[in-house]
Write a protein that binds this ligand. Sequence first.
Ligand code: NA7
Length: 524
Amino acid sequence: MTRDVDVLVIGAGFAGLRTLHTMRGMGRTVAVLEAGDGIGGVWYWNRYPGARCDVESYDYSYAFSEELQQEWRWSERYATQPEILRYVEHVADRFDLRRDVHLGRRMTRAEHDGSRWRVTTETGEEWSGRWLVMAVGNLSTTKAPELPGQESFAGEILHTARWPHEGRDLSGQRVGIIGTGSSGMQMTPVVAREAAHLTVFQRTPNFSVPAANAPIDDATDAEVKATYAQRREAARNSPSGLGFVPSRLSALDATPEERRATYEAAWKRLGFGFVLAYYDLILDQEANDTAADFIREKIGAQVANAETREKLMPRGFPFGTKRPSVDSDYYPTFNRDDVTLVDVRTDPIERVTPTGIATKNGHHDLDVIVLATGFDAMTGSLLRPEIVGRDGRTLREHWSAGPRTYLGLFVSGFPNLVIIAGPGSPSLLSNVLLSIEQHVDWLAELMEHVGDGTVEATPEAEDRWVAHVNERAAATLYPKARSYYMGDEIEGKPRVFMPYSGGVRGYRRILEQVVADGYDGLKL
Ligand code: NA7
């Protein structure tokens, strides 16, 4: 038996739940299919010790309900995973969302039959919807390298994004962490405090800036809430969707003393926003070098041992072009006697043994190996199921040379298929929660406009948009780094810059213009 709804949403994270709430409010029938056994998406799965958001809590939260944002009390500047999951659960209950969320349903196939999307789940259920909204997240399909000999390991191998729900006590254990992206960097200090010994296997040292995390006191909370509307408006008008005012100054126009003062202030306070300390840090190599030098100096000052310090130095790519981490005490952790750093570029992992990891230069005894190796970013969860559009063409075929979208939302040949915060939109380069809400609101308006009609991007509009996304990226330093923005995280993945780098504000103007031009680029 097929269950029919108007809007079929895939994924019950922040994007899927917001889509459900809004579309239901418009009188549409909605069903959300979620692979996991709980809601929350990335915050349901990523339960490793130390997991936290790198966007401030007040910005990484829904803006659609004034009551919600007034009544929820965040405890820290950067919320931990358990707190964010509690928030998601609260939202689901408060807006009665759960009755339309169907857990444990992984979509394996979707085919457009000329008027509806026919969806099959792993459990063999069939669903259909006039609209298919992919709210699957940018970092949700995990990447776990197959290490030679890993089946022989007598201990446990865990992935940060598939952490056991009952938790895992690491006290007294010898732990190895492979990977030093945000997950590895967040985990390292927390695990070091607990474990008997920690070995960090690093491939590329990345830039990281301090989170300057702190509890939120009542006065701050009251102040933010009294002016929340302005904060949200500032975020919508910013390049990244973060709630502070970005600089309009060039790093190269400042004197060395002025620059240092700016960087010192940014270092203490801005977290991820350090990238915006000057507007040209991501556009100009010389400007970028001034920030990169400053950060290297700061990293160096935190690490006592000269050899370890050198291994931790990010070099060879501009600051910010590979997503920087926002850390709490990552670097000083390497001053501990019970923490070892292995640089796998000079001392590569050769194999996993029953008792640990053998590298070229030695053996590391381990009870637990943690893969903090990240994700098949941006396209992984969109290409894993088979999605078949008009004329039997699959999304995999259509995207064989990299993702192709119009506005990051639509794909030509795939009527009424919508991707929330997809490739070609600000997505991972923005406060993704703000980008999600922007997409859902814009989509709601479009759906009101077309009623029972169909929407599809024209091939010309898609070509134009892909060219525009590439042109914007080419004007930045992003392509200079090997990063998941460029598809470098997976061998053989087409090397194209996937998010839209024109900024949240610029992108919003484009969306507004598309509407003003009668939904230019869309066949209605
Ligand atoms: P990331 O940022 O993709 O980091 C993955 C890390 O794992 C990175 O340091 C990789 O090194 C390393 N890695 C991946 N494969 C290997 C192998 N085979 N051997 C050694 N090291 C490897 O994922 P995260 O989960 O940390 O963070 C994801 C996002 O979550 C983050 O950007 C924030 O937006 C929040 P590499 O750099 O590829 O050399």
